[in-house]
Write a protein that binds this ligand. Structure first.
Ligand code: GLC
Length: 452
């Protein structure tokens, strides 16, 4: 079976968050379980990798209005049993992943993918798209009679644009533009394209699969999602973790762990790096976005800093960045902006606890990574955090408020002061298994059921 994944990010070549992480490992595991696996993604100007160009041409079917025929390139990297194909279009030749004209750019990408696959001789049995950037590819794949799966990693970003203008970018038949398909409140909605044209829709945890059928989490698409659930077309498959990339015993960025006393040594390294005092360390590694509840954390800092040192790594929202930079003057608060993989490892390894006050969290990977390193998660009970953080390991709270977060941090601090109880939680955390083998087998079974 030839499975073709389509996504806007794939680690280690391009990544802004968990989507890239998942695409960086799931295809490898699927290949290990016997599926021929291809991943298709844009050839960004900032791509971390050197694909070999295997096809170049002009593609008349990509022409938009009177604009020139698009130059299309296809690059390839084959590694760990997976074929990665990078679609080169002039619109993606910029430093960075996402921009204001993304709906336009991913319409061009969407139109280019099947054409590119044809040129390089890849014939998919299943096209598996991820998030809105792949929505148009699923529409074309469906119209071409291919079997399709769509996975929701983040329902908040839907890829919407005024439909009159955007319809010219898609070159889809008129009937697909109505409210039963791509139209949503006067806009073209590419997330909806994925949902409507997929034979099966999944999201990245069973709990989130239920949550998104409610107005609180459905982002306006709950009606459609309820229908998909009733038809048996929407299910949750939990993400795993790349347990080699996040292995405390072999992590070159946290070498202290190779020793039995590793955790304490890793904590000492982090404490020294940020000149922190003896209070325990609460870590955060996150996109700085509304979703992640970083504003709740900032508001809770006056209540949290009496008990904890706090170290935050992440980039995104300029307002949150500014607020955190201000807080970094505080002796118990450290903030580093942007993405920094080695520092992320040092935080996961060295922090005592790890905060995720998410407003919504389709799965969440950071809580799993932290637990691997004996770093106990303080999480809001939402989405995949419910499915992955056991009550006898983490500190869980229900309400999305600074007060609820600081109460959970106080509870964690009280437990930290009972070393035996803390140690027992750490041991339970480090014994958990987040292998991708089970989830990958679930995807393969799903592919096998399609079209019967
Ligand atoms: C998105 C979600 C996150 C999930 C990740 C990978 O980043 O916000 O919860 O873990 O995708 O599926």
């Amino acid at each position: 079976m030839r499975v073709v994944h389509v996504a806007s990010e794939v680690f280690p070549f391009s990544r802004s968050g968990g989507l890239g992480d998942v695409l960086g490992i799931l295809p490898e595991v699927l290949a290990g379980q016997g599926a021929q696996t291809t991943v298709v993604s844009p050839w960004y100007g900032s791509l971390a990798g050197q694909p070999t160009e295997i096809w170049r041409g002009t593609s008349p079917e990509l022409t938009v209005g009177s604009s020139p025929i698009h130059e299309l390139r296809v690059g390839e990297i084959v590694q760990n049993g997976v074929q990665y194909l990078f679609i080169g279009l002039p619109e993606f030749d910029r430093p960075g992943l996402y921009f204001d004209d993304d709906v336009y750019r991913f319409c061009l990408f969407g139109r280019a993918v099947l054409t590119a696959l044809q040129h390089v001789g890849v014939t998919p049995d299943v096209v598996h798209g991820h998030d809105w950037q792949s929505g148009l590819v699923l529409a074309y794949a469906h119209l071409a009679g291919l079997r399709t799966v769509f996975t929701i990693h983040n329902l908040q970003y839907q890829g919407r644009w005024n439909i009159e203008e955007a319809a010219r970018w898609t070159a889809l038949p008129e009937w697909t533009l109505g409210p039963d398909a791509l139209e949503y409140h006067g806009d073209l909605n590419l997330m909806k394209a994925g949902l409507v044209f997929a034979d099966a829709v999944t999201t990245v945890s069973p709990n989130y699969a239920q949550e998104i059928t409610t107005p609180e989490y459905g982002e306006g698409l709950q009606g459609l999602l309820i229908r998909l659930t009733i038809e048996g077309r929407l299910t949750g498959i939990i993400n795993g973790l790349d347990q080699e990339r996040w292995d405390p015993r072999t992590d070159p960025d946290a070498p202290q762990f190779a020793d039995p006393a590793g955790k304490a040594a890793a904590t000492a390294v982090l404490r020294e790096e940020f000149a922190m005092d003896d209070a325990p360390i609460l870590g955060v590694v996150s996109r700085l976005a509304d979703q992640k509840g970083i504003d709740l954390l900032i508001e809770a800092l006056p209540e949290v800093t009496p008990h904890w040192n706090v170290v935050v790594l992440g980039g995104g929202d300029p307002l949150l960045t500014a607020a955190l930079s201000g807080w970094a003057q505080h002796p118990r608060v450290a903030f580093v902006g942007g993405l920094n993989e080695p520092l992320a490892h040092r935080i996961y390894a060295g922090a005592d606890a790890f905060a995720m006050p998410s407003r919504f969290e389709p799965c969440g990977l950071s809580q799993m990574i932290s637990m691997r390193y004996g770093t106990l998660p303080v999480v809001r009970l939402t989405g995949g955090l419910v499915d992955t953080v056991p009550a006898d390991i983490g500190f869980r709270f229900a309400e999305a408020s600074p007060a609820a977060l600081s109460a959970a941090c106080a509870e964690a601090r009280a437990e930290y002061d009972r070393p035996e109880a803390w140690q027992a939680r750490m041991e339970r955390a480090m014994a958990l298994d987040f292998s991708w083998q089970g989830p990958a087998a679930q995807y393969l079974a799903l592919y096998g059921r399609l079209g019967r």
